[in-house]
Structures are given as structure tokens and as C-alpha cells.
Design a binder for this molecule. Sequence first.
Ligand SMILES: [Zn+2]
Length: 165
Amino acid sequence: MDKYTKQQRRKMMASVGSRNTRIETLVRRYLWRLGFRYRLNDRRLPGSPDIVLPKYKTCIMINGCFWHGHDCGAFKMPKENSEFWTTKIERNRLRDMRVRKELEDLGFHVLTVWECELTKNRFEVTLRNLAIAIVGGFSGEIGVAWEEEEENANLSFAAEDDPIQ
Ligand SMILES: [Zn+2]
């Protein structure tokens, strides 16, 4: 049976939620400073994407590793109530996949940034790669390793009309 009271659980969820808000703010501020303009949590689109860049027809999902079930070892599944969490996270993962597909069907590029790519040592490179990916019209997961996989990323970045000041 459930070990936590409703109140305790609400508290746990709220603390994870505020951490997520912090990484979203980090990404948002960076993009804004570079001159990107966006809509937040656009409810007209499937899954209310965290960030939508209309000019680039791109949606950005900023995913907490725990909630979205990232296989990166950045979190531990709580021992207590593991069935509850496993079910919940699996549901989130399926939802993420469905939302991605729906957005792509609408013609959007979908970029995912994981929480573990936004740590103190990583966020600068990750965010730079994110900007390149937006301008280049890429889809997929963006992190520090991304640039190495995309040989032409810098070229497409430079070829734009310098939307980034
Ligand atoms: Zn992760």
C-alpha cells in the first residue's frame, strides 16, 4: 500500500516540479538573449510544448530525467512505492513519444533537452548546440555530444541571416 500521505506526495512532486522550472528558465533566458522569440506551453499544440519557436517551426521539450524516464543514471528510482513511480514514468514516456509524433505530423521539428545535459559543466555547450540545431532545422536530442554527430551543423548556423546577435 501507499506509504506516503497525499500531502507528502504532493510535496515530493512539487520539489521535482520546481527543479524543472529552473532548467526551463535557463534554456528560455539563453534563447531570448540570442534573439530567439518563442511561445511557452502552447496549449494549442499536442502536449503543450515547453517552448515553441514559430519562425523555425520548432518545439523544444525540456525533460527532467526522473519524470521522463531518461536512461542516464542521473536519478534513482525510489525504493518506496516503486510500482507507483514506474507506472507513472512509463506513462510519461509513452506520452512523450506520442506527442513527438503528433508534432512531427504537424510539420514541427522537435528538439529534446534532458536535465542531465544542463548541469553546471554542460549547459553552455548544450545550449550552444541547441541554438545551432534550431537554426539548422534539426530534430532529436540535444546535448554536449550532439555537435560531433552533426558535421554540417556549424555550416548551417553560419548560413543563416544572423538571427543571433
Ligand atoms: Zn538524463
